[in-house]
Design a protein around this ligand. Structure first.
Ligand code: F6R
Length: 239
């Protein structure tokens, strides 16, 4: 695991864009896993700028998203499809038929089959929940879990209420890529920024590997890059 602590969110996002853009240049036909939430927004802005300067193309990529709320239509402003369209896909040359989300109605296992048929994910981008979740694999998720429907923890509902008018509007369920599927990605890029992530970062990177802290599963992956800002790195003992 390579852990890099950058000065602030902008520096973290720009370094993340370096990693993703160079992975795309190395494998323009690759399978890239995307995350939603506040954390990767700066990365996506930076990728859009690079695309506009002609430095990167998404035209041959396959994209796979980590998770999706259940109960929101695809055009709902808080659906993760809408988020990706608004924050990245709608601004670059990704081919709509190459964009994939875990199925909100269909058979979750079909998503793992799709990833397997594509020969796995080349680079999976992850954010980290303040409770240590990755994707919507909440604490207690089995390390051998696959894509499935999950109930969101009340802390996740509270964290995500900032995107909705009322907390009661936040969906209670989501479909998420499982931990085992995430761990099968050839490379993982974990991003975390802000003081509210410091505890989850320290427990994920330096604590015991336990299903109570889903992010701690990443310690067993052979090819993880972690990019943090100073606030998120504050509780790490190794600097
Ligand atoms: C989103 C996802 C979640 C978020 C996490 C952090 O696709 O899978 O695990 O990465 O909840 O969210 P933010 O970045 O909003 O703090």
């Amino acid at each position: 695991m390579v852990i890099d602590c950058l000065e602030n969110y902008e520096a973290m996002s720009s370094r993340a864009a370096d990693v993703v853009a160079s992975a795309i240049s190395e494998k323009p036909t690759g399978v890239f896993g995307f995350a939603t939430g506040s954390t990767p927004v700066g990365l996506y802005k930076s990728l859009i700028a690079r695309y506009q300067r002609g430095e990167v193309t998404f035209s041959k990529l396959t994209t796979i998203n980590l998770d999706e709320y259940i109960g929101l239509s695809a055009d709902h402003e808080q659906s993760y499809r809408f988020f990706m369209q608004h924050n990245l896909f709608g601004h670059v040359d990704v081919q709509p038929e190459c964009v994939h989300f875990p199925p909100v109605n269909g058979e979750p296992a079909a998503f793992d089959d799709l990833i397997r048929n594509k020969k796995g994910i080349d680079l999976q981008i992850l954010g980290l929940g303040s409770n240590g979740h990755i994707g919507f694999n909440e604490p207690g998720s089995a390390f051998d879990s696959r894509t499935r429907v999950v109930e969101l923890e009340s802390s996740t509902i509270r964290d995500n209420a900032r995107f909705f008018e009322h907390q009661r509007d936040v969906p209670r369920q989501a479909v998420t890529m499982g931990i085992k599927t995430i761990l099968e990605a050839h490379q993982i890029l974990l991003l975390a920024s802000g003081a509210n992530k410091a505890n989850a970062v320290a427990r994920s990177l330096e604590g015991p590997q336990t299903e109570n802290v889903p992010g701690s599963c990443l310690q067993s992956h052979p090819n993880v890059i972690v990019l943090l800002d100073e606030a998120a790195a504050a509780r790490l003992t190794t600097k």
